[in-house]
Write a protein that binds this ligand. Structure first.
Ligand code: XMP
Ligand code: MG
Length: 178
């Protein structure tokens, strides 16, 4: 698996340190609020697991699975809900956890869905931000790292469902795609 990686963009130590910092920042932000932390499956699973362990406050977690219609690596922004949240979000403070915001279309669609559900607040925390590819100007409240316009894998992010278990963020070699 490591043979398929061209570059390590963010190594394990840097990743863990930043995630722990973010968790502490979020704990400050949500002190006394019992936020509902929403993990968008599957890419955000590793990030969310580490993040909440650095948040020393009462919180709840829930999972949402979506699939975005689109071709290749471009998303259309139209999102189909494959698994909805278990509980109502009415009156809750939502913290959406994303792996990466690319065009921003998926995230804007998600926010739109939640805005219709009478929440108290909605904020977004994304591990990675690929600002060069933004189409929808969506606000990300907490960002781990900005990354260049390259397809990245690892720490939850996949290529054809593989490489999610790498403990770092890396760029695949071109020959892996063909
Ligand atoms: P949009 O374009 O709607 O897409 O912001 C966000 C979703 O697209 C996937 N995505 C990636 N997945 N490496 C990946 O493994 C990448 O470089 C990448 N760029 C976008 C991802 O599922 C994200 O939630
Ligand atoms: Mg995703």
């Amino acid at each position: 698996m490591l043979n398929d990686i061209k570059d390590v963009l963010i190594d394990e130590k840097t990743l863990k340190k930043r995630v722990s910092e973010l968790g502490k920042e979020l704990a400050e932000e949500y002190k006394g609020k019992n936020p509902l932390v929403i993990c968008v499956l599957k890419g955000s699973v590793l990030f969310m697991s580490d993040l909440v362990q650095s948040m020393d406050i009462p919180l709840e977690i829930d999972f949402m699975a979506i699939s975005s219609y689109g071709t290749g690596t471009r998303s259309s922004g139209e999102v189909r809900i494959l698994k909805d949240l278990d509980k109502s979000v009415e009156g809750r403070d939502l913290l959406i956890i994303e792996d990466i915001v690319d065009s921003g279309l998926t995230l804007s669609y998600l926010i739109k869905i939640f805005k219709d559900r009478n929440t108290n607040s909605i904020k977004v925390c994304s591990l990675l931000d690929k600002p060069e590819r933004r189409i929808s100007e969506v606000e990300i409240d907490f960002v781990g790292f900005a990354v260049p316009d390259e397809f990245v894998v690892g720490y939850g992010l996949d290529f054809a469902e593989k490489y999610r278990n790498l403990p770092f963020i890396g760029v695949l070699k071109e020959e892996v795609y063909v």
